[in-house]
Design a protein. Structure first.
Length: 153
């Protein structure tokens, strides 16, 4: 296994704690990393670049697996393909079958309160029923469609 670079270390400048916008919190606490909020600080961008380089080095061994998983996700549910020929797309809840071979999801193309159920990219030919233990999440306030996971009956 290749040796990893040392993780970057942010400088520490003890400053009185402040709210976003700059007003000081009068509780006596110091914030050593408050300088990170200043985009004009000349040390900020080099620190972020060093952190990104470190993350890339640490995660490099996982890159093949990451790319494989990403390719599988795109193959199973390509939102660009689903949105083709539609001006609007809202993807509801996703639910994989226990063996991971099938994916049930709901899709809304028109802002309707009840997203249309699908299974692996196709509208099912037979009626659908809610998956065991699944229920709509949240309340349908008329502004957002309820999200249901569905499977063939």
């Amino acid at each position: 296994m290749p040796e990893l670079p040392a993780p970057p270390v942010a400088k520490r400048i003890p400053l009185p704690r402040a709210y976003p916008g700059g007003s000081v919190v009068n509780d006596g606490a110091l914030d050593e990393y408050q300088w990170l909020r200043d985009p004009a600080d000349p040390d900020l961008i080099p620190l972020l670049e060093a952190e990104n380089a470190y993350a890339d080095a640490v995660l490099a061994p996982q890159r093949p697996l990451t790319e494989q998983i990403y390719a599988e996700i795109r193959a199973r549910l390509n939102l660009n393909a689903l949105a083709k020929d539609h001006d609007y797309l809202n993807l509801g809840t996703l639910k994989a079958s226990p063996d991971g071979r099938l994916l049930a999801y709901s899709v809304d193309y028109q802002g309707e309160p009840d997203p249309a159920p699908h299974r692996d990219g196709r509208r099912p030919q037979r009626p659908l029923r809610p998956l065991q233990g699944m229920a709509p999440r949240g309340r349908n306030n008329g502004l957002h469609p309820p999200h249901l996971s569905l499977t063939p009956a």
